[in-house]
Design a protein around this ligand. Structure first.
Ligand code: NAP
Length: 398
């Protein structure tokens, strides 16, 4: 029988050697990648004397089939109680239907940081000449911005009411046939994300942080994010970090904190990747930036993600790609994204040695050119294997 992971306000996460970890298999290719990932995670954990008691919880299509609900209350309660979990991708319809289950889980558990490390693994095919220069960690704000879900549909009574209110109160004229979304960016939401990013840079010896924003245009939301970030550095981290303007670009042995406008940042992460290290940004910018960066190091088949609240201890780790429904059940797609999300989870609960072993096994497997279809089509002389065979190849090298 496994035990629960708990949170101690002073000492942080308390992790037994046999934790109970809830998982959501995921829709579409979830049926392929989750069992593959689980095989690898179990093998690495057991090598280091740990064992995981996996506890399945339902969400998405499987939940709807079995319970009539897309996100059963029980799932939310289990994640709330057991603190740390992992999930495969879930379907979200475009332009209508229910809101994203992924976004709902992040908001219900207040998982304010979306952590997306982006690095290259030797041998992975890449569209850029020097993918080895890409080594960045993105902290994407997860609870605010236009993802908060404050949106009304064009021509509905709600939209017409809101439009009228804005005109009456502020003189803002919005076309009658416009849908309207609201973009809240708070000091609280910004600074708790920025605090986590600075702490990460301190803990991992990262020398540089960028606030990425579009504050030249959206002054009181994205612009305020930048300003609050620099204030935080001055007020809470002056001994370990300094803003560009406060040191003329010469931070000495402190972490240099600077900012970049989102559009130029998207260009510079491609043309000057060595100048970026830790990046903190708002929800939508972070979404674009992390997928664009993932493309440089091999695509979303290999990009991991974690969603965390560093105060309550909650974390849900997840593949960053979607359900790829056309491949579902074919035992074909690349399980690396969910495997590496498991690596992030292991790091988060302090199982660094097991995490490092998986990374080494992945590098060695890809180095031997044993890969799934997505990499095989871009590599010369590759041995294309199925999703489950790729996982077994990793286990063989652990
Ligand atoms: P997608 O499922 O990520 O698939 C887009 C393409 O990415 C696939 O056709 C495939 O490319 C490649 N791909 C995805 N997963 C892969 C893997 N494991 N290995 C290798 N290649 C992989 O994106 P989508 O088609 O836009 O979205 C489908 C559904 O997923 C939607 O309902 C969407 O809302 C949802 N979604 C969920 C999450 C989440 O749960 N976190 C995230 C994003 C999207 P090729 O065709 O080139 O082989």
């Amino acid at each position: 029988m496994g035990e629960k992971i708990t949170m101690d306000a002073d000492a942080g996460l308390q992790v037994p050697t046999d934790p109970i970890i809830p998982f959501i298999e995921g829709d579409g290719t979830g049926v392929d990648i989750w069992p593959a990932a689980r095989l690898v995670l179990d093998a690495a954990a057991s090598k280091h004397g740990h064992s995981i008691e996996w506890k399945e919880v339902l969400a998405g299509e499987k939940a709807y089939r079995e319970t009539g609900e897309w996100l059963p209350q029980e799932t939310v309660e289990v994640f709330t109680e057991y603190l740390i979990g992992i999930k495969g991708p879930l379907t979200t319809p475009v332009g209508g239907g229910f809101r994203s289950l992924n976004v709902a889980l992040r908001q219900i558990l207040d998982l304010y940081v979306c952590l997306r490390p982006i690095r290259w693994f030797e041998g992975v095919p890449s569209p850029v000449k020097h993918p080895e220069l890409v080594d960045m960690v993105i902290f994407r704000e997860n609870t605010e911005d236009i993802y908060a879900g404050f949106e009304v549909e064009a021509m509905t009574p709600d939209a017409l009411k809101l439009r009228q209110l804005l005109e009456d109160a502020f003189g803002w004229r919005i076309r009658e046939d416009a849908g309207i979304g609201i973009k809240p960016i708070s000091k609280t939401g910004s600074q708790r994300l920025q605090r986590a990013a600075i702490q990460y840079a301190v803990d991992h010896g990262r020398p540089r942080i960028h606030w990425v924003h579009k504050g030249n245009i959206m002054k009181f939301t994205e612009g305020a994010f930048q300003r609050w970030g620099y204030e935080l550095v001055r007020e809470e981290f002056a001994d370990v970090a300094v803003g560009w303007a406060d040191c003329d670009g010469d931070p000495g042995d402190r972490i240099l904190v600077q900012d970049a406008i989102a559009d130029i940042a998207l260009q510079q992460v491609l043309t000057r990747p060595t100048e970026f290290d830790v990046i903190a940004t708002m929800n939508l910018n972070g979404d674009y930036l992390s997928d664009a960066l993932a493309a440089q190091v091999g695509g979303i088949g290999i990009a991991p993600g974690g969603n965390a609240n560093y105060v309550t201890g909650h974390g849900i780790f997840e593949a960053t790609h979607g359900t790829a429904p056309k491949y579902a059940g074919q035992d074909k797609v690349n399980p690396s994204s969910v495997i590496l999300s498991g690596v992030l989870m292991f790091e988060h609960i302090g199982w660094q040695a097991a995490a490092d072993d998986i990374v080494r096994a992945l590098e060695s497997t890809i180095g031997d050119k044993v890969v799934t279809y997505d990499f095989a089509r871009l590599m010369d002389g590759a041995t294309e294997v199925k999703c489950s065979e790729f996982a077994q190849a990793l286990v063989d090298r652990l």
